[in-house]
Design a protein around this ligand. Structure first.
Ligand code: ZN
Length: 131
């Protein structure tokens, strides 16, 4: 089963907690034991799993990744968003989460984040659920 979702980002660099959206898709699939893959079909957005308890983690994450990959650094790519392409590949375009008893198996402090690196934009994500 392939589920397509839309997400609208509101900032240039942003991490959006999509755990509840993905869990809802798993619940609706009625798959109890399996694997869920989240895939981002973009070149300047990504997906990762990290802490969703303290919002300062997201703040620090976005602040630091913007330092590691500065927006302006003599890039040649004409679209002007090379930094976003680089950050997206660094973080990655998919995550896989185990499904057990109909629930995503995540650590106590873990959430799934959609990472926007060249927003705001309308984005898509794909969720594939397999038994
Ligand atoms: Zn580009």
């Amino acid at each position: 089963m392939l589920i397509k979702m839309n997400i609208t980002t509101s900032k240039h660099t942003e991490m959006i907690d999509i755990t509840a959206m993905v869990q809802k898709a798993v619940t609706e699939s009625a798959v109890k034991d399996g694997v869920c893959t989240v895939f981002i079909p973009h070149t300047t957005a990504a997906v990762t799993i990290n802490e969703n308890a303290d919002p300062d983690v997201v703040r620090d994450f976005t602040m630091e990744i913007n330092k590691i990959v500065p927006w302006e650094d003599g890039y040649r790519h004409m679209e002007g968003n090379s930094a976003a392409h680089l950050k997206a590949s660094m973080i990655g375009f998919s995550e896989q989460v185990i499904i057990d008893d109909g629930r995503l198996v995540l650590g106590t402090w873990q959430g799934i984040y959609f990472c926007e690196f060249d927003g705001p934009r309308s984005r898509k994500l794909y969720v594939k659920i397999m038994e």
